[in-house]
Design a protein around this ligand. Structure first.
Ligand code: HEC
Length: 193
């Protein structure tokens, strides 16, 4: 009797195990959450802007135009002057040759003292900012914002028209602070160095 009981229990355990396994192998179920991603949403993320400037979209803008866009879209978080907001400072230079970040944890990294490529500023702003509405800026607005932030960092004159042809030519102060690990093959960077 005891043996029979044992057999029945074993069989039912095996049965529920195999049920469990067949559920695991079953076709994926629909959970009725989320929605299909639209092609315009994919296009927003599917960009590939390199330090050399390849991948930059058409468009242009000056610092003078960017000033107004910045006040409207960015100043609330980054401050009217670009270094006086609740979030990351974007504006600020150091003495030429200074790069204290490895030894001074209080040193503020900004676009002007830390970012090696101006093209990355475009890429970042276009895909990620403003924080609460990423992807809402037109290409012209982003060019004008990059121009304005470079101007505020004393890296561009106020009336220079920035576009896909001249953005990569701007040499950022921290450019030579970053280099590929020796032996690493990054053709895009070779173009620049
Ligand atoms: C609602 C607040 C908010 C707004 C509005 C906003 N930002 Fe930001 N921004 C942030 C935060 C927070 C970060 C840091 C994000 C992180 O580190 O992941 C950031 C990071 C950045 C950075 C990178 C800074 C660095 O050195 O890492 C740039 C450049 C930038 N923002 C530009 C802009 C521009 C240009 C606008 C206007 C179009 C804008 N942001 C609007 C909150 C904001």
């Amino acid at each position: 009797m005891q043996n029979r009981n044992f057999t029945i229990k074993t069989l039912s355990l095996l049965a529920s195990l195999s049920l469990f396994c067949s559920e695991l192998n079953a076709e994926p179920q629909r959970y009725h959450i989320g929605r299909e991603v639209s092609s315009s949403e994919i296009a927003l993320w599917d960009t590939d802007i390199k330090p050399s400037g390849s991948g930059l979209p058409p468009g242009s803008g000056t610092a003078a135009q960017g000033r107004e866009v910045y006040s409207r879209e960015c100043a609330v978080c980054h401050g009217q002057q670009g270094h006086d907001g609740p979030f990351n400072a974007l504006v600020g230079r150091l003495e030429d040759g200074d790069f204290p970040f490895a030894t001074d944890p209080a040193a503020k990294k900004t676009l002007g003292n830390y970012w090696p490529y101006a093209t990355t500023i475009f890429d970042y702003i276009q895909r990620a900012m403003p924080l609460d509405r990423p992807g809402s800026l037109t290409h012209d607005e982003t060019y004008s914002l990059v121009a304005y932030l470079l101007f505020k960092n004393d890296l561009l004159s106020e009336d220079t028209l920035l576009n896909s042809n001249n953005l990569a030519e701007i040499k950022m102060p921290a450019r030579d602070r970053f280099f590929p690990t020796p032996g690493q093959d990054i053709p895009e960077l070779d173009v620049l160095n």
